[in-house]
Ligand binder design. Structure first.
Ligand code: PEP
Ligand code: MG
Length: 678
């Protein structure tokens, strides 16, 4: 056995991120590794266990390792702690900035709607718009049914089997939820369920539950008490990042518990008529599980417009209000309300005229969608004759068929990584070929842009060994990963080139930041083309790293096209993690800095006779569409359900006016100002 005392130098102590680095290193060794802090002890291979030590900056911990590779393990952990566990600013060289942390909000905060108190003088409660749309109907208070767990211990083996089965079932449900979100192209929401899956694999958590079962506690009781204790402990550490983990732990813990006690569904006592749900808050997994036929919309007392719950509601097309305050808990059951997700207003017991107005608005919105659908097959040409191609972002062959029905003129982005997720090994060249061929045939010779594998960042693959990265979004992601593992790229390119015989495919590389990456990738394609005796496939890059936009003129000499990935371009330009719940409201693709990079790319591309698409979420944002068109974007590639309405909006525009609007937007100082223009 080996021991080491060491001081944690991280400014915020052993909080989630450095702890995760520590745990991942520990997991790489066979030895048993424990960490001691004061009276407390943790299993170093369990994130929850390590977090609950509450190690603060400057505290000493003792690492104790015993096993075959104890020396190597201890040396690796020592080195990792000394070098900051993936963080650069450590105690010794910490800048004196802690006092400044609560600075005045930046002007962009203006765009974030602030919750307002209930208007007691009227029948209206004002919250924050969570997801657009109008719903009219009776309310239903969704309260978590208290799960009463009674002691039913039978035998250790029976309880352990039950626990195992419940965990497996919960994992199956989580994978389904993740898949559902992936199908809606809501990747960051899908990632929430990855966190839940990871929590279910926490060795220490399981050990504790099994220990209680060994002492003759039933699986349900043992699981419940362990989850509750851990969640409380994590929540009490006063770290906002950890508070989110506590909520996740609670959410996933109750999923397993419900299975264990046979109260598997959240809505098992749900009324049999459609309702508007009122709740204190909804977890992301509750939201995904809501039955779209029975739920017209929801309003929560807490939550925020950028929280995952609201984002999921938008992806599901469910009108929602968030942050409406405690007052909603006092509304009597069955009260009829109008929920306006566009304005954030909940109207209680509306009179007939309020109902008629809301119903008319609802009908108008529906008709607009229907009309858009009727003319979905027509091109999107502005009223002064400027055509914009409207393409689809798809994740697989099923989406392609739907895209055709809804009037897609091309596939602007096939996220091929979806074919690689949820598996234990990569799809073979033949499997990939079959999917690409099916998509090519479905699209009937309309162009299909196949983006090469974009893993890394928020999409790690279990079968690709990657070094733990402190900043995965700035790490080995997209083209970088493929160039370091050329065999993956070769197989994919071969499959694409073979499938190209059945339609019109194009190849696009993600995360390109330097012309040399393009050249390497292009060389690989050229080699495979030569080997297969084919030539001439069009190739382009995603512009999602500021350097690619700034160097667009250099790229324009080589590429056939550009496609701007505004999701990442925004995250990298504003230095705001696209998965960060607190920053989601500020991370706005209409920031003039992002627009200037888009403008720069379009000018360089057009100068060289190349075309430019936008395939990030901004391309379907009604406020962004006129600006993007005015900047000269040639193609908007959007999620499949949005195709008809995006086309309809383009038809309502005047190109000359959008050009003037775009120029004004480029001169604005903030995203808020840009949004005020439209
Ligand atoms: C983007 O970054 O805008 C994009 C379309 O790619 P993804 O969302 O898949 O990262
Ligand atoms: Mg991207």
């Amino acid at each position: 056995m080996k021991q080491l005392e060491i001081t944690i130098q991280n400014l915020t102590g052993l909080h989630a991120r450095p702890a995760k680095v520590f745990v991942n290193i520990a997991k790489g060794y066979q030895s048993d590794i424990r960490v001691f802090h004061g009276e407390k002890k943790a299993n170093a291979k369990s994130l929850i266990s390590l977090l609950t030590l509450g190690v603060e900056a400057g505290s000493q911990i003792t690492i104790e390792v015993s096993g075959e590779d104890e020396e190597e393990a201890l040396a690796a952990l020592e080195m990792a702690v000394l070098s900051g566990l993936g963080e650069e600013e450590l105690l010794d060289n910490a800048p004196k900035q802690t006092q400044d942390k609560q600075k005045a909000p930046s002007p962009v905060e203006e765009v974030i709607p602030q919750p307002q108190l209930a208007d007691t003088a009227t029948n209206k409660i004002k919250g924050v718009p969570g997801a657009p749309g109008i719903a009219i109907g009776p309310i239903y208070h969704l309260k978590r049914t208290e799960i009463s767990v009674v002691e039913t211990f039978e035998s250790e083996s029976k309880e352990k089997n039950q626990l195992q089965e419940a965990i497996e079932k919960a994992k199956g449900q989580l994978k389904q939820l993740r898949k559902k979100m992936m199908e809606q192209n809501a990747k960051s929401e899908a990632a929430i369920f990855d966190v839940h899956l990871e929590l279910l694999d926490d060795v220490d958590l399981l050990d504790e539950v099994l220990g209680k079962i060994n002492q003759k506690q039933s699986a349900a009781l043992a699981w419940q008490s362990t989850i509750e204790d851990r969640a409380k402990l994590v929540a009490s550490l006063n770290d906002p990042l950890l508070a989110a983990r506590a909520a996740d732990l609670h959410d996933v813990g109750y999923r397993v518990l419900r299975i264990l006690v046979g109260a598997d569904s959240l809505t098992h006592e749900f009324p049999d008529h459609p309702v508007i749900i009122l709740a204190d808050d909804l977890s992301p997994s509750d939201t995904v599980s809501l039955d779209r036929d029975k739920v017209l919309g929801f309003c929560t007392a807490r939550g925020g417009p950028t929280a995952h719950t609201a984002i999921i509601a938008r992806a599901l097309g469910l009108p929602a209000i968030v942050s409406a305050g405690e007052r909603i808990s006092g509304i009597s059951e069955q009260t009829t309300v109008i929920l306006n997700g566009n304005t954030g207003v909940l109207t209680l017991n509306p009179d007939q005229s309020e109902i008629s107005t809301a119903a008319k608005q609802q009908q108008d919105e529906k008709e607009l969608r229907q009309q858009a659908r009727v003319s979905a097959g027509e091109p999107a040409i502005t009223n002064d004759g400027h055509r914009v191609e409207i393409a689809a972002n798809i994740g697989g062959a099923k989406d392609a068929a739907q895209a055709m029905e809804l009037g897609a003129e091309a596939v602007g982005l096939l996220r091929t990584e979806f074919l690689f997720l949820d598996r234990v090994n990569p799809p073979s060249e033949d499997e990939q070929f079959a999917v690409y061929r099916e998509i090519a045939q479905t699209m009937q010779n309309q162009p299909v842009i196949i983006r090469t594998l974009d893993v890394g960042g928020d999409k790690p693959l279990p079968y690709i060994q990657m070094v733990e990265e402190a900043n995965p979004f700035l790490g080995e992601r997209g083209i970088r990963l493929c160039l370091n593992r050329p065999e993956l790229l070769r197989e994919q390119i071969t499959a694409v080139l073979r499938a190209n015989e059945y339609g019109t495919l194009r190849i696009m590389f993600p995360m390109v930041s330097d012309v040399s990456e393009w050249k390497q990738a292009q060389k690989i394609v050229a080699q495979i083309e030569a080997a297969l005796g084919v030539s001439g496939i069009e190739m382009g890059i995603m512009v999602e790293v500021p350097s690619a936009a700034l160097m667009a003129d250099a790229f324009a000499e080589h590429v056939d096209f550009f496609s701007i990935g505004t999701n990442d371009l925004t995250q990298y330009t504003l230095a705001m993690d696209r998965m960060h719940p607190q920053l989601a409201g500020k991370s706005d693709g209409l920031h003039p800095a992002v627009l200037r990079l888009i403008d720069m790319t379009i000018k360089a591309a057009h100068h060289a006779g190349k075309w430019v698409g936008v395939c990030g979420e901004l391309g379907a944002d009604p406020q962004a569409i006129p600006i993007l068109v005015g900047l000269g974007v040639d193609e908007l590639s959007v999620t499949v359900p949005a195709i008809p309405t995006v086309k309809a909006q383009v038809r309502s525009l005047n190109y000359e006016e959008t050009k003037a609007l775009a120029q004004s937007a480029l001169k604005c100082a903030t995203a808020y100002e840009v949004r005020q223009l439209t």
